[in-house]
Write a protein that binds this ligand. Structure first.
Ligand code: FEO
Ligand code: CA
Ligand code: CA
Ligand code: CA
Length: 663
């Protein structure tokens, strides 16, 4: 875009003060309503949430799931097609990452006896409470707030049991063959859907992150596997003898439960679920405009703990590029460049376009060099040491490379990052931002690292001790930072880039060598996670914090970001001598929202007219229990005396005067 809108941006709202209240706090002149929360019915016939966990497992095929996370708004035409510029009617897709404090979902908490799930119906309900919801939403006759259209034919739940198909190099490969799909072409369910993405052709991308949490592996399983298989399983944390926190595999011998254990139990891969672990960890495409369509797991984009999948701006005749992060300590940043070149005639073509642009392309992993330059290293079988002769891991083919993308990243020496969470592409200049939320495995430059510990490097430069009342609470990089890069020639498909650090998170009262961006009470924060550019080029930063919740609930800030290289300019002008962006000021970074107790603020969308904003509140009251609830949100938003169960929910934010958000 040749727009220069970002230079005209201004943060015209009063900063919200840090607080620990049990409500969503927004600036004066803004209003909050709830779009939907855990258990709300998508149909017009199912009963409303009863606040006692009595809803059936089956009813969650038609109810809003748990753990609201990434989301996207798609405008919809009167004819039911994707209409990018429509604001008063659309479909909202929301990730339901996981079952939060199960006391909200079940009548009396989760039933577990000696590590066995003895009530199968509870497991069935949890399986159905994961995944994604699609809901039609509309504005009323007046105003800019929106509400869900119960009973819309577009309303849909996709769960951990929904049939899906594979696309790309892993489709049909022996690595994903199972009893359910001996041909390795299909699988069931999407899990632990964290961040999200969307495509230029109007489909939703949901990203499988902590899928390790739902799968177990039997003790002694290594002896039944090849040495190579064990290397692959261990690199992704699936060690033998590992119980899954959910224990779904223990609920019965039925195929519905047995499939949650990646263990050798039968005569071959097509007789058991030894490969089930390989069927998760993907970017999954959902066409919200085709309610009966089969979601696609796009294997060409690699398998890891996907946070999200963010497209560059689509340009006619150029590849479509997606940026991705692997959210685990010391993992990598990736990008995918489509083989097909963008043709705007593909808008609205759903999974046909998905196969075209995401079925085939090139996967890259990022190397951040100490001089502020960077390289995208191709992860293609037969290149860069990724072949059967590799001593670390013998890559058989491209399916083996994408299923074991982390091992491929290891081989090519990619840069190990401080937990890559969300990315965002600046619509004004194409620069890419990514949050690095924190890393307890960074150790002192003078230490001798052990195990997975790493010393700081220039892209992950901080090691410090987080002092609370004079004592050390956390070490490493507890507060996180935001990195950004500009592709060479502003070409998203370039294989080199320039980078700097945009912002270091810190508490306002931290020492100057920790609070490197000079944050103050109006904009200090910790552990950036959600990140999003709106249409004007304003950057929105959301937090999921373990290091600052003694002082404030998690929050969202708005920022006017500048560009890569501002740090060098600031240094030249006598600023802080670090490889980072210009210092934050109250004019460039300001707190817009604080969430209710014990929540994470995550997921963000806005209507094209910028008058309706959506954010998600995940896991309010997560530290409580049925007998000792610590939050009653969302009921507490309007009733301070509420005793209801806390629920993850989507929040609608509008301006009292009906105007645009934050201008
Ligand atoms: Fe589900 Fe990386 O946050
Ligand atoms: Ca996240
Ligand atoms: Ca997080
Ligand atoms: Ca969280």
């Amino acid at each position: 875009s040749s727009s220069t809108k970002d230079s005209a941006l201004a943060l015209n709202f009063d900063a919200v003060a840090k607080n620990k209240n049990d409500i969503v706090t927004v600036p004066a002149g803004y209003e909050v309503s709830i779009l939907h929360a855990l258990g709300d019915p998508l149909t017009s016939t199912d009963a409303v949430w009863a606040d006692n966990g009595s809803e059936s497992a089956d009813s969650y095929n038609n109810r809003i799931g748990d753990g609201h996370d990434g989301m996207h708004f798609f405008g919809m035409s009167d004819a039911g097609a994707f209409q990018a510029n429509r604001s008063d009617r659309g479909l909202i897709c929301v990730n339901h990452e996981y079952v939060v404090g199960p006391f909200a979902l079940h009548p009396a908490g989760r039933t577990v006896v000696n590590n066995v799930r003895t009530v199968a119906a509870e497991v069935d309900k949890e399986i159905n409470a994961h995944g994604v919801s699609v809901a039609e939403i509309r504005r009323g006759a007046s105003g800019t707030a929106m509400s869900m259209v119960r009973g819309s034919t577009y309303n849909r739940r996709i769960t951990s049991a929904t049939p899906m198909a594979f696309s790309g190099p892993a489709r049909g490969n022996s690595l994903v063959q199972t009893k359910f799909s001996p041909a390795g072409t299909d699988t069931r369910g999407t899990n632990n859907n964290c961040g999200n993405g969307y495509t230029p052709w109007g489909t939703y991308l949901t990203c499988e992150e902590n899928f390790t949490n739902v799968i177990a592996r039997a003790a002694g399983d290594n002896a039944l596997r090849s040495a190579k298989e064990v290397v692959g399983l261990n690199r992704y944390g699936m060690t033998q003898g590992r119980r899954s926190p959910y224990l779904w595999d223990t609920a019965g011998s039925d195929d519905l439960y047995a499939r949650w254990s990646a263990s050798v139990t039968g005569a071959s891969a097509t007789a058991d679920y030894r490969n089930i672990f390989n069927t998760f960890g993907w970017i999954v495409e959902i066409d919200p405009f085709a309610p009966t369509s089969t979601p696609l797991k796009h294997s060409a984009l690699g398998r890891f703990a996907h946070e999200g999948c963010w497209p560059c701006k689509a340009v006619a005749g150029k590849p479509v590029v997606f940026y991705m992060g692997d959210d685990s300590r010391n993992e990598y940043i990736y990008k995918f460049v489509s083989k097909a070149l963008w043709d705007a005639a593909d808008v609205g073509k759903g999974h046909v376009a998905g196969q075209k642009y995401m079925g085939e392309g090139t996967l890259y992993v990022a190397k951040f060099n100490a001089d502020g330059s960077g390289t995208w290293v191709e992860l293609t079988h037969g290149k860069n040491g990724l072949d059967a002769s590799n001593a670390t891991y013998a890559f058989a083919d491209q399916a083996d490379v994408v299923v074991h993308a982390r091992l491929a990243g290891d081989v090519v020496g990619a840069t190990k990052m401080d937990r890559p969470e969300w990315g965002a592409v600046n619509p004004i200049n194409g620069e890419v931002y990514m949050t690095l939320t924190n890393n307890s495995n960074r150790v002192s430059p003078t230490a001798t690292p052990t195990g997975s510990q790493l010393k700081p490097d220039t892209a992950n430069p901080r090691y410090y001790e987080d002092l609370k009342n004079g004592t050390t609470s956390q070490k490493g990089n507890p507060n996180g930072h935001i990195i950004r890069w500009r592709e060479t020639g502003n070409d998203p498909a370039a294989t080199t880039f320039a980078w700097d650090i945009y912002l270091f998170a810190a508490e306002a009262g931290a020492a100057a060598d920790v609070n490197l961006s000079g944050l103050t009470d109006v904009n200090d924060f910790s552990s950036p996670d959600g990140l999003w550019f709106d249409q004007n080029g304003m950057l929105w930063i959301q937090t999921d914090d373990g290091a600052y919740t003694d002082v404030t609930n998690c929050m969202m800030l708005a920022a006017i970001p500048g560009k890569v290289g501002d740090g060098a300019a600031a240094v030249a002008a006598g600023g802080t001598p670090t490889i980072k962006g210009a210092n934050a000021t109250p004019t460039t970074v300001r707190r817009f929202l604080v969430g209710p107790k014990e929540c994470e603020i995550t997921g963000i969308a806005m209507t094209p007219d910028r008058k309706t904003m959506f954010i998600n509140v995940q896991h309010p009251g997560e530290d409580g229990s049925l007998g000792a609830m610590t939050s009653h949100w969302p009921a507490s938003q309007t009733d301070a005396a509420s005793t209801k169960r806390p629920r993850s929910a989507t929040v609608v934010i509008t301006r009292s005067n009906g105007g645009e958000i934050a201008v």
